[in-house]
Write a protein that binds this ligand. Structure first.
Ligand code: UDP
Ligand code: MN
Length: 297
């Protein structure tokens, strides 16, 4: 049993441990080489985390983009499921970014929960919608969202919550292990390899492959993350190139340079198409089937 030093050096220092118990899952990696916890089911005490978040009077933001046909297809189920499972009992605020504010479904929200609709432009390519999120988030974090929230999670809309996702996931900088790649050897990970791209990682670089469908952290840390990624995306665009996995490639570059202080196991964002795996005990967020023909141009 080892302790994870980052737990005590993160912004949430001693008074926010999330009730970590690394030893509860000896069969999986529960601490990174730089000392950040990798949280799996039963490696934390959700009640302790809940109490700590409430005692600190935290407000948690959840951002989601629903542009074009993604709105009808995914948004309602995403929000309904978040009401059931995401940060239940905490003060929280949704930021829904969309090109059609009037089409956002009305959802009955729990006490202390708020939903704000933020207009954004549509884009002709789905990749452009995905990439434009970094810049929009950067601006929102510098505005009202950044003032209202202490911690923010930024999510894809094409997924739904299926289990409790609470303050145990909070930390200064939170990254999600990609469910398809968490057990792959490093040389196979789909990082951008073209050195002309700002997102490029050399062979031998990279810790894990992180999923851009979920990342989070303090407002200050996310300002830095989104600024870095938005700048990288812009530099690539000026050079007429696009990284292999778009914003996700830039996110992976950022997390290589600035290590996350907490890593979420694939249980926190699981693709049911992968099938059954012994170490996946309790998925909290499931990918929706990718019906690209319906939602993409
Ligand atoms: N998105 C959107 N409209 C689009 C394309 C993307 O709203 O036309 C948003 C949506 O939140 C989506 C995210 O950007 O979940 C990332 O795109 P997508 O999920 O298609 O990418 P993938 O998960 O397949 O990499
Ligand atoms: Mn997605």
């Amino acid at each position: 049993m080892g302790i994870c030093p980052v737990v005590t050096t993160s912004l949430l220092t001693d008074n926010f441990t999330g009730g970590l118990q690394h030893w509860a899952r000896p069969e999986v990696l529960t601490c990174t080489s730089w000392g950040a916890p990798v949280i799996w089911d039963s490696t934390f005490n959700p009640h302790v985390a809940k109490q700590e978040a409430r005692r600190q009077n935290l407000t948690i933001g959840l951002t989601v983009f629903a542009v074009g046909r993604y709105l009808e297809k995914y948004l309602e189920r995403f929000l309904d499921s978040a009401e059931r499972y995401f940060m239940v009992g905490q003060s929280m605020v949704y930021y829904v970014f969309t090109d059609r504010p009037e089409a956002v479904p009305s959802i009955t929200l729990g006490q202390g929960r708020l939903l704000r609709v933020e207009p954004v432009q549509g884009e002709s390519r789905w990749q452009d919608v995905s990439m434009a999120r970094m810049r929009t988030l950067y601006e929102a974090l510098g505005g009202r969202l950044g003032q209202e929230a202490d911690y923010v999670f930024c999510l894809d809309v094409d997924q739904r919550f299926t289990g409790n996702f609470g303050p145990e996931a909070l930390a200064d900088l939170v990254a999600q292990l990609h469910s398809w790649h968490y057990h792959w050897p490093r040389w196979l990970l789909p990082y951008e390899r073209d050195k002309r791209s700002a997102a490029a990682l050399s062979w031998g670089e990279g810790d894990f492959y992180y999923h851009a469908a979920l990342f989070g952290g303090s407002v200050a840390a996310l300002r830095k993350l989104t600024a870095h990624c938005a700048l990288g995306l812009q530099l690539d665009r000026e050079r007429g190139i696009e990284a292999v996995w778009h914003d996700e490639s830039h996110l992976n570059k950022f997390f290589w340079l600035y290590k996350p202080t907490k890593v979420l196991s694939p249980e926190f964002c699981w693709d049911p198409k992968i099938g059954w795996r012994t170490e996946i005990r309790h998925p909290r967020l499931l990918w929706e089937p990718k019906e690209y023909a319906l939602v993409r141009n």
